[in-house]
Design a protein around this ligand. Structure first.
Ligand code: SAH
Length: 515
């Protein structure tokens, strides 16, 4: 194997893990960041493609018997054969590209990594194989079934329920498997379950061997069904049958006790939550929701852009020595203002004589990112309270309001009435998003449980963008002002955050779910 040290093309055979986008190795992320093109299997969670640079082609290889639903480029109907995939990898690498061939789970467990590597070897293309968490391991941990156990299983076997065409159906040694001293895990065994369970029974495996079937492991739709060997095939037949992808774990490790799937017991498991914040802000919010088990659908209702001109901002920065108070009413305001200040060759000392006011904890946290401390934070995070909090200090003082291209006038008016000399500077634009991406639209059409509104402007834009889909959806509002807007628009919030920030919104959803 040659190393990836030159500008020659190179292929990374990468394991994407079982589904959850965070169950992926650091090396896999590095490869994706480096990729010029990605060829991915249908089982790969498309969210993992977030690590790929903008503009890089990501092609779904599809799968026989499955619609290539994740395909986002090329011929949507194409189902690639293994030979075609090998040829394509080689063709792209020969063009000097870094190709990531992304496979579900581990590339070498029922993943044909060896065949692809052999083809690359024969074509003298350099390659690297990056391991991934295979479905069986993730099932064991996400469901809380240890695949090995000191008293119950000293060995574990991974078995395919779907042997290659041309091999006789039962070329597996079922006699040996029926007597295997440990845990059996069947991959790809859904459509063939009648055959392989029968074969195990015929070779003497007890009909009441405990079984766990895990579908969509580590995904928001994960489901675990417990039964016995003789009942497995029934689970995969009939109207309410379990569908692929699923694996089947057999053996004493499954145990008699109730399954304790921490993954499925997380408080927001199964909830589909639409987050409407601007993309660069949504990350940590979305991450917290996902960690609580929710499936997060991102559709920013507002786009944040740099201001149309910097002249007035630059002027304000230059003459900041005359300012007594700088008032920030959003984290974005902080970032745009301070990044510009740094770009202009200054640092935090330039603000030394001014006092800083932040409207809420999120804004104060943004100041902290620049090692600045808010001197004033109103008790209630809204403009009216800010005016009250500042009133004792601002008579005859110069106050600079850092703001978006639109917003309420409460601060401006209130502080002027309190005797301040108020200047306003627009440091970023806030624009309504007019169209949803097709993949978000598809996710929304499949149904959502919650929608989150983090400001009045976002509520307005999201309701005009998606109003019809939101009528029967539970909603959470960040504050009374946002709730008022939502009521005006005919969509009163189901719950309102007691603490008017993102953590408060999450808490409000949790409280509602626990009712
Ligand atoms: N290389 C993959 C396996 C590919 S074979 C790995 O290491 O996991 C495809 C089979 O893997 C599916 O039929 C199913 O049995 C299993 N599988 C993969 N991902 C799964 C998931 N998220 N949930 C349940 N089973 C999964």
């Amino acid at each position: 194997m040659t190393q990836d040290t030159s500008s020659d093309g190179f292929v990374y055979l990468v394991g994407a893990g079982p589904g959850d986008p965070s169950y992926i190795t650091l090396r896999a992320v590095q490869c994706l960041q480096r990729a010029d093109v990605v060829l991915y299997d249908y089982l790969v969670n498309p969210h993992i493609l977030q690590h790929v640079s903008a503009g890089v082609d990501c092609v779904c290889m599809g799968r026989h018997g499955q619609s290539p639903e994740n395909q986002n480029s090329g011929d949507a109907r194409k189902l690639w054969k293994q030979d075609e995939i090998n040829v394509e990898c080689i063709r792209l690498a020969r063009q000097g590209m870094h190709v990531v061939r992304l496979k579900g789970g581990d590339p070498a467990i029922f993943g044909r990594a060896a065949e692809e590597a052999a083809a690359l070897e024969a074509a003298e293309i350099g390659y690297e194989i990056v391991p991934g968490i295979t479905a069986a391991l993730a099932a064991g941990t996400c469901v809380g079934i240890p695949l090995t156990h000191r008293d119950k299983a000293s060995a574990v076997a991974f078995i395919t329920g779907h042997e290659r065409d041309g091999k006789s159906e039962f070329s597996l040694d079922y006699k040996a498997l029926a007597q295997f001293p440990g845990t059996l895990v069947f991959y790809m065994g859904v459509t063939t379950s009648r055959h392989w369970t029968q074969a195990l029974l015929e070779h003497g495996m007890p009909a009441d061997t405990p079984v766990a079937i895990v579908r969509k492991i580590s995904c928001p739709e994960q489901i675990t069904v417990k039964c016995t060997l003789k009942e497995v095939a029934d689970q995969f037949e009939g109207e309410h049958r379990l569908r692929p992808p699923a694996i089947v774990i057999l053996g004493d490790v499954v145990g008699d006790n109730e399954l304790n799937s921490w993954f499925e017991q997380r408080p927001l498991f199964g909830q589909r939550i639409l987050v409407t914040r601007a993309v660069d802000q949504a990350d940590s919010f979305a991450q917290k929701l996902s960690q609580l088990g929710a499936e997060v659908i991102l559709q920013p209702a507002i786009e944040i852009r740099p201001p149309q001109e910097y002249e007035s901002l630059d002027q304000a920065i230059q003459s900041i020595a005359d300012v007594n108070w700088i008032v920030f009413s959003s984290g974005n305001g902080v970032r745009f203002f301070l990044n510009r200040l740094v770009d202009q060759g200054y640092d935090a000392r330039h603000l030394a004589q001014a006092k800083l006011a932040a409207i809420g904890p999120g804004t104060a946290a943004a100041l902290k990112e620049f090692n600045l401390k808010a001197d004033l934070l109103p008790e209630v995070y809204r403009a009216e309270s800010m005016v009250e909090a500042m009133r004792p200090y601002v008579a005859n003082q110069t106050v600079l309001l850092i703001r978006a291209s639109r917003g309420r006038e409460v601060l401006h008016k209130g502080l002027r009435e309190a005797g301040a000399n108020v200047q306003q500077i627009v440091v970023y634009q806030s624009l309504d998003v007019k169209q949803c991406s097709p993949s978000t639209m598809e996710a929304i059409e499949q149904g959502i449980d919650w929608v989150t509104f983090t400001s009045s402007a976002i509520a307005r834009s999201a309701i005009s963008l998606l109003g019809d889909y939101l009528r029967d959806v539970k909603s959470v509002s960040i504050s009374p002002i946002t709730s008022e807007t939502m009521c005006e628009l005919g969509l009163p919030p189901t719950v309102e955050a007691e603490q008017h920030d993102l953590d408060g919104m999450i808490q409000a959803i949790l409280d509602y779910q626990n009712l």
